[in-house]
Ligand binder design. Sequence first.
Ligand SMILES: [Zn+2]
Length: 382
Amino acid sequence: MISCNICGSGLGEPLYVSPQGISVTSLCEVYHEKTEVFFCSTCSHLQTTEISDLQGYYDTIYKILIDSEEEDQLYSIEGNIKVFRVEHQAKTLLEKIDLIQGARVLDYGCAKAATMKCLSRTRPDLKLYLYDVSSMYVPFWERFIQSSHWSTYTIEQAWFDSFDVVTSFFALEHVASPVEMLSNVLRLLKPGGVFYCIVPNVYTNIADFVVLDHVNHFSDASLLRLFNACGFVETTIDDASHRGAFVVVARKPDGASSGVPEPSANGLNQQCHAIAAYWSDITQRIAAFEADNQGTPSIIYGSGFYGTFLAACLTNLDLVYCFVDRNPFRQGKTLLDKPIVSPEELPDKPFPIYVGLNPSIARQSIEDIRQWQGRPYSYFFP
Ligand SMILES: [Zn+2]
């Protein structure tokens, strides 16, 4: 029997198994294997069966935004101003923790380390270090950090007990042993040092539930349980500073101090069942919309995870004319061999449009596209 990554309890039957055995990864790749999600009734953790050969996957296959130096994900659009994820992450980090002059900062599981690069521009005084389980990002690191400040695959022994701050931006959800990762982070920090960690919040971004390579889907209760068990103190969990995510700040003890009491996991069981039902149901809703528009060329709005998931559910992808995305880094590229275009480029014809966005923002995002108002499009909302 599979056991919980956080508390070790047996997990029983999966709460969700992807229909048709199709799965989508966080990098928008379609995998022909099933996604299985389990709920731990002891600690409220949600857990996905890991991809076979997880190590090899991160070493050579997982290439996040590696196409260019600047490529980034869109975080929000405020009026006409596009805010990208990396700048939001750097800004939030500086707002939430007090980085002393010349602090030693390690980004653990850093990929391109784009947030650190952004930080190095506003805070050149910081001593930045990088660690990842792949060497394919070294060409990005070389541009702003000296080679003695990074390590791949194994952690430098000399780094233990030396960092003022360790950061982790969207890494903990990927690892098969979060306890091992947190134990490493604790050893790397100085006594009193701070761990700053962002993970997806499946309760506000429900797509996280079906991301194949997200092994862990945390709740505030399972996060606190994990951080307490690994020896961190003064743990705070913030679900407001980064949309769709939890920002966790915790400290390595520098003397006797006590952990934070865990919040009740009551009610999460029902919420998780509702999310599982949503994902089981949406494939049927997509099939019905596709049947209603049989033979008509269609559009998918959004070339991220939701858009890819919609595409993977269609029986006839040939009828998809293109993807539409407002992120300029996505425009001009292709997804599943279809072009990705800007909203302005879409002809004024009666297209069925599958909206591939977080359901909580989908309707508003479409209403915000001025050029599309009054057009004869028909929408599938997630
Ligand atoms: Zn558990």
